[in-house]
Ligand binder design. Structure first.
Ligand code: MN
Length: 499
């Protein structure tokens, strides 16, 4: 199997109306809707196909269409629009059974009022101003989460907002089919990486299964020498490889072993339909090296990863990667590593022992081999780089006992002020928003994990929409955050989510 491509998915463009208008107006409604759907479909800002569906005019048609959407595997959601008036009692049954997210596009086919020519025919057609309000009442009456996008359909910011939401809907669909393979179990005694896997399956469709490391070693042993040769060729082309790791070098066999881990892991995951995985350095019996470079390479290809058995972060990293396919900026597994507590603008150095994804690398990574004090294995191969300056987010996922919680922090990612010649790990440096002290205090009050999905590809709106569709608590730490306000939000959420 291969990993999900975002372009394989579609959203359905649904226009509501009624028979009251007569066939002539309904023909016009359909033609206008087709034009809008085609415009969205053709935009490079919309990564999925936008499929026009015939205008719905009765409760039966609406219910049938929602049923069809529910069972259509490529449909990841609906865009709804009320060009004319569509009495919303007709929508009550369909919307209640709909199990996919929807976006309410509050637009009008005609941009401006034609002051001199406007007549009752025009008024009969361009009715979104009240048609969409009738539809919205039923959505709110049913307490349905949905995305509302307002503006003329030809405006690029509107198209962009719609396209951006379709990526979120893809993420929700992807989470439902994601399978995480855990090599070994959780790092002993660690709490935050644990969680209720049954609840994650029920709520999100996420599957998490453990595998013995011995079975992975068997898959590594089965890798043909010529497959290892091919990977070595790729490494020599795509990276700046340390001399000792090159063919004929003293450590070349270690690079070949790393290639064997990569090929074996990939085969193992693909054979089982897994798009994400975890490792645990306490549980690598039979492996000579910790999987560093192999994990970095697989993450870059789109597989999710979490260290120390962290299946939640692994799933999140994978889903974020699918959501952001084709966008600039990368997504990686990340850990708050160490602080730079300067008076003015304290910063965080993020990294992990080895496993940071090359999608966030600035420039060509260098491949080196160094001793690692943890794990008790032979020195592992790793690629080295740092992230470019830009905007980013850390998103962390915890199980609070009665619910899952996401905590996100907006980051200003910065270049390293100096080289770190004695720290051979890939990393990112950031100043959290609104500032280090407030961000760290808020994160800690929220019980945010030391592991995150770090992304420079997704927006705040996308992270917020993702949580809203999933019905998961999200605590966003950004420029508007104060510690007092954040603590109040924590208290209110305890009541809101009380069961
Ligand atoms: Mn860790």
């Amino acid at each position: 199997m291969s990993l999900t491509q975002i372009s394989q998915y579609e959203v359905w463009f649904i226009t509501g109306s009624q028979h009251l208008y007569g066939p002539k107006v309904l023909e016009q409604v359909a033609a206008n809707s087709q034009e809008i759907a085609a415009h969205l479909n053709e935009s490079t800002n919309v990564p999925v196909s936008v499929v026009f569906k015939p205008v719905v005019k009765t409760a039966d048609e609406i219910t049938a269409l929602c049923q069809e959407a529910n069972t259509s595997p490529n449909c990841i959601g609906l865009i709804t629009w009320m060009h004319t008036f569509s009495p919303s009692k007709m929508w009550a049954t369909g919307l209640q059974i709909l199990n996919k997210p929807f976006l309410h596009l509050h637009t009008q086919f005609n941009r401006e009022i034609p002051w001199k020519d406007i007549d009752m025919n025009f008024m009969n057609l361009n009715q979104a101003a009240h048609g969409c309000r009738e539809f919205a009442f039923m959505c709110s009456r049913l307490r349905l989460p949905r995305k509302v996008v307002v503006g003329h359909w030809q405006d690029e910011d509107v198209v962009q907002q719609v396209g951006s939401w379709t990526r979120v809907a893809v993420g929700v669909a992807e989470l439902k089919v994601t399978k995480v393979a855990r090599f070994g179990d959780n790092m002993r005694n660690v709490a935050v990486t644990e969680g209720d896997k049954v609840e994650a399956l029920i709520k999100f469709g996420l599957t998490v299964d453990a595998y013995g490391v011995g079975d992975l070693v068997k898959a590594m042993d089965a890798v043909e020498e010529n497959a290892v040769d091919a990977l070595i060729e790729t490494y020599l082309t795509d990276y700046d490889v340390a001399e000792s790791l090159q063919p004929g070098g003293a450590d070349h066999e270690s690079l070949r072993y790393s290639a064997r881990i990569e090929a074996g892991m990939k085969q193992f995951l693909d054979d089982r339909g897994c798009q994400a995985f975890t490792t645990n350095f306490e549980n690598l019996y039979g492996m000579q090296q910790l999987p560093g470079f192999a994990v970095q390479r697989l993450m870059k290809q789109g597989y999710g990863f979490g260290g120390e058995g962290d299946w939640k972060t692994s799933a999140l990293v994978h889903v974020f990667k699918v959501m952001s396919q084709g966008l600039p900026g990368g997504t990686s597994f990340m850990e708050d590593y160490t602080y730079h507590l300067q008076d003015d603008g304290a910063k965080v150095l993020g990294a992990h022992m080895l496993e940071v994804c090359e999608s966030i690398a600035e420039g060509k990574p260098r491949v080196e081999i160094h001793h690692l004090g943890i794990g008790g294995k032979a020195p592992p191969v790793r690629s080295l780089f740092s992230a470019p300056a830009g905007k980013g987010f850390n998103v962390s996922w915890m199980d609070m006992g009665n619910r899952f919680r996401l905590v996100a922090n907006e980051l200003s990612v910065e270049k390293l002020p100096q080289d770190m010649p004695k720290l051979p790990v890939a990393c990112a440096l950031w100043e959290p928003k609104p500032n280090f002290k407030t961000a760290a205090a808020a994160w800690i009050y929220a019980g945010g994990a030391h592991h995150s999905a770090f992304t420079m590809a997704l927006s705040k709106e996308q992270i917020e929409d993702f949580a809203e569709i999933l019905g998961v608590e999200l605590l966003m730490i950004d420029d508007d955050t104060t510690v007092a306000g954040f603590k109040k939000e924590l208290r209110l959420n305890e009541a809101f989510y009380a069961k």
